[in-house]
Design a protein around this ligand. Structure first.
Ligand SMILES: COc1cc(-c2[o+]c3cc(O)cc([O-])c3cc2O[C@@H]2O[C@H](CO)[C@H](O)[C@H](O)[C@H]2O)cc(OC)c1O
Ligand SMILES: O=c1ccn([C@@H]2O[C@H](COP(=O)(O)OP(=O)(O)O)[C@@H](O)[C@H]2O)c(=O)[nH]1
Length: 506
């Protein structure tokens, strides 16, 4: 009989696709080849996203083909194209509409598999795929590539929606998300800031539908976010109703061995003292406005510190609501004379850089990050304290957790109402605080080293993430997973109709 398979449904985007593939590879390894992984590929919506995914898939297929067992572990199945929405209000609505159109294809693909599907694991945007899992009676897990804090907010959002009248930004006081410090509305994801937008409805709908999942596989570690994970487990984020089990299995980081010939950025770092260089990198979609670029250049120049700045050019393809950067024309983007004046102590890199290798380098001593969760985990993994400059999505919430919760970052004043602008003087001051040897930077560095140890311990033999992964694997492999609808009666009894049936137009 064909070996059973776990079906993955990732979305495109670096911070989403690769962590999920990495998780799939771990499942295959854990099963010793007794289980396979089938990745369902939704066609990417833009040529750039398409070519990124095609590159990843080619690499994985080549690796699988070269494997000793002939590569039966991980395979990719392409789903048919669907109509791409052009009238969406942003990336979250765009993705959820695309996924909704794919539900019949997901169902048909699972039904057409030559081997039994043990579980369906889907991205945070793929909630509509819960319908396919229910119809086919296959347990469904959410692969949550962001922080436990964001998961708590999703789960709490249906109740907050009822508790707070008017826009969150206009309310007095803070929001209560159990397990987190009182949360200012200014730290909420963009999606929640305008109730009139359909993306707001999407967020609350998602939070509600998550209760129908079998479990959450979260790229975090139990000791990295202990209080929020405990609050979810105790049902405190869901009004006393038990939430699906959380499996904190992280940090899941793809850490390939460094290339034989080090990247130019890494070679440049070789010539600088230990912990002296500040990295600035804004993720795979980080695009800065011309005024931001000028402010950064001024702030860095005035700070006098060493820096490696990954600066990308304006996007060309915006069809999916995300902003995919291009290679930067540095002479056109930077203030005149900046490169000459900072020569020797600064490098501006105009295209994608090997962020993990840079963070791993001893010369890197600080990181101005857009607060994508993968970047945060990578920074902690290599023990590099941060300056948070959130730009979109849930990044403001991550920034809040970094500064107020974990203490691994020095705050940076980001003007959210001015398009996340930072004044040059504020950047200069924050860079000095982080890199200049003062008390604030020292504390953040010390705390970062503590959490570096926590991250590494979690994934060691016997560590909490290893154990969580093992429990998850046994549940999936042993067939002990509850179907998503199995909890329904308990939830309905407890909620006495409080949990509304989820309906959402997209
Ligand atoms: C897949 O492509 C994109 C995803 C996001 C995005 O949007 C988003 C919106 C929310 O209301 C809540 C979220 O949690 C959320 C998350 C999210 O993806 C996260 O992206 C972060 C960086 O942007 C980081 O990588 C996290 O790890 C992801 O989980 C947004 C986006 O463009 C702005 C995308 O293209
Ligand atoms: O120039 C770059 C920009 C990004 N990344 C990697 O892309 C991922 C970005 O994920 P994150 O969640 O931080 O943010 P997103 O790109 O999804 O906004 C991380 O693994 C980074 O190391 C990289 O290697 N080089």
């Amino acid at each position: 009989m064909a070996k059973p398979t776990v079906v993955l449904l990732p979305v495109w985007g670096d911070g989403h696709f690769m962590p999920m593939i990495e998780f799939g590879k771990r499942l295959v390894r854990a099963s010793g080849g007794a289980m396979s992984v089938t990745v369902l590929l939704m066609p990417a919506p833009t040529p750039q996203a398409g070519s990124d995914i095609a590159d990843h898939v080619r690499r994985e297929e080549a690796e699988a083909a070269a494997a000793a067992d002939g590569g039966g572990g991980i395979s990719f199945k392409r789903l048919p194209a669907v109509e791409i929405p052009t009238d969406h209000t942003g990336i979250d609505e765009f993705i959820s509409r695309v996924v909704r159109s794919h539900v019949p294809h997901v169902k048909a693909a699972i039904e057409g598999l030559a081997c039994p599907a043990k579980a369906l694991v889907f991205d945070i945007f793929c909630t509509p795929a819960l319908d396919a899992s229910r119809d086919l009676a296959v347990p469904a897990y959410v692969y949550f590539a962001s922080a436990g804090a964001t998961l708590a907010l999703f789960l709490r959002s249906p109740a907050i929606d009822e508790e707070v009248a008017g826009e969150f930004e206009e309310m007095d006081g803070m929001l209560d998300v159990p397990g987190l410090l009182p949360l200012p509305a200014t730290s909420l994801p963009d999606t929640l800031l305008d109730r009139k937008m359909s993306t707001y409805e999407w967020f609350v709908y998602t939070g509600r539908r998550y209760m129908d999942a079998t479990g959450f596989i979260v790229n975090t570690a139990a000791d990295l976010e202990p209080s929020v994970l405990a609050a979810i487990a105790d049902g405190r984020c869901t009004g006393g109703i038990p939430a699906p089990t959380v499996y904190p299995i992280g940090p899941v980081l793809a850490l390939p061995s460094p290339p034989e010939q080090p990247h130019e950025c890494v070679r440049w770092l070789d010539s600088h003292p230990r912990a002296s260089v500040l990295l600035l990198c804004f993720g795979s979609k980080g695009v800065l406005t011309p005024t931001m670029v000028t402010a950064i250049a001024d702030g860095l120049e005035r700070s006098g510190h060493r820096f490696l700045w990954v600066l990308r050019g304006p996007p060309v393809d915006n069809r999916d609501g995300a902003r995919h950067p291009t290679d930067a024309a540095l002479d056109e983007m930077l203030p005149e004379g900046f490169l000459e004046r900072t020569k020797g102590r600064g490098l501006v890199w105009p295209t994608r850089a090997p962020q993990k290798e840079i963070l791993a380098h001893a010369a890197t001593g600080g990181f101005v990050t857009h607060c994508g969760w993968n970047s945060i985990l990578e920074s902690l993994w290599f023990g590099v304290p941060m300056l948070p400059w959130p730009l979109a999505a849930e990044q403001h919430l991550n920034a809040f957790a970094l500064v107020a919760g974990m203490g691994v970052a020095v705050p940076l004043k980001v003007h959210r109402k001015r398009g996340n602008f930072v004044e040059a003087a504020d950047l200069e001051q924050a860079v000095r605080a982080l890199m200049g040897g003062g008390e604030e930077g020292r504390k953040a560095r010390e705390k970062t080293l503590e959490l570096k140890a926590v991250c590494r311990k979690a994934v060691e033999e016997g560590g909490s993430s290893r154990s969580a992964f093992q429990r998850l694997y046994e549940e999936i492999h042993g067939g002990g997973a509850e179907l998503s609808s199995k909890n329904e009666s308990v939830k309905a009894d407890k909620a006495e109709g409080h949990v509304k049936r989820a309906t959402y137009a997209h």
